[in-house]
Design a protein around this ligand. Sequence first.
Ligand code: LMR
Length: 394
Amino acid sequence: MLETLQPAKPDAILALMEAFKADPRDTKIDLGVGVYRDADGRTPVMRAVKAAEARLVERQDTKSYVGLAGDPAFSDALSALVLGDARPAGRLAMVATPGGTGAVRQGLDLILQAAPGATLWLPDPTWPNHPAIASHIGMPVRRYRYFDDATGGVDFDGMMADLRGVPAGDVVLLHGCCHNPSGADLSLPQWREVAALLGETGATPFVDIAYQGFGDGLEEDAAGLRHLIGAVPEAIVAASCSKNFGIYRERTGLLMAMAPSADRLKVTQGALAALNRLNYSFPPDHGARVVTEILSDAELRADWEGELSSIRNGMLDLRRQLAEALRTRTGSDRFGFLAAHRGMFSRLGASPEQVETMRRDHGVYMVGDSRLNIAGLNARTVPVLADAIVAAGV
Ligand code: LMR
């Protein structure tokens, strides 16, 4: 049977991780996978995470199963972090999932069950795993315009024109903040326009929020999503703790489904729990407990928020340094968008050939669509990257 198996289609981001590892040059620079790195190139365990883990080791007296939906204290704490005062009382079904990817997968599975013919509308571009998961489960996908390569910003007119044509019952995926791969986010007034439009058309929003706190701040990064939640009857939200808590390998995420009425809550919650059972039974627990401990303890929370702010400010500083280095070298503000983007990523606008040239001649690894991970840079490598960009003729 396995003799007929076809090779899996390689994931561009994970393939790049392997290529970087295999490159013997010690001058190589990894701007590929979305993992935060400090100025020394390390991905440290955050202080509050270490402290929370120590407490858990001390206190935990069983590793027995929790519930299919995970620990309700986690759902409560994380949904409050993400949705704040916009949390809809009595209408929010929630399950813990293995990371943000698990939440995306479960959310799409839920849609497939509830509305088998629904099309998923993805921003162009988007995280490659979005279309990959949709195609794996047989969900039709279409694209709406999002990023304008010419300006390095959002093509908002194009986006609105495309979204106006999305029929009721289809699903529109939006990035909550720190758009992956472009780095170009909607402003709050633009979120308001999108929310009003979806309210009118009856398309269901699916918000993937994987970088809350990496853009402008925990509250600021969720403001658009929170407004949207108040403006539409139902919505799906996939949240990840991988990046903002730095617990990538603990696989910690939450899927939230806002039911259109309190009456539909029970059946929605039941469907989500059943999906967990079918796909992996009980969700991972350790990361969820760590997050709950941090969010519910004033001291740990303040420390976590402080460290997250330093991470965010470090990335904003690197953005400014890179934009400035390119301004000096090119004599123009053509790359000014790098400083305006938010989160870990920016799409540079280089061709696949130019990306390849930078990899071959300068050991600079970025994803083929010219997405670069700003957190992979430091004060020493910013000028190296700027030189590589100019030498490649970007
Ligand atoms: C990324 O986009 O690089 C991250 O979200 C990691 C991943 O799983 O692709």
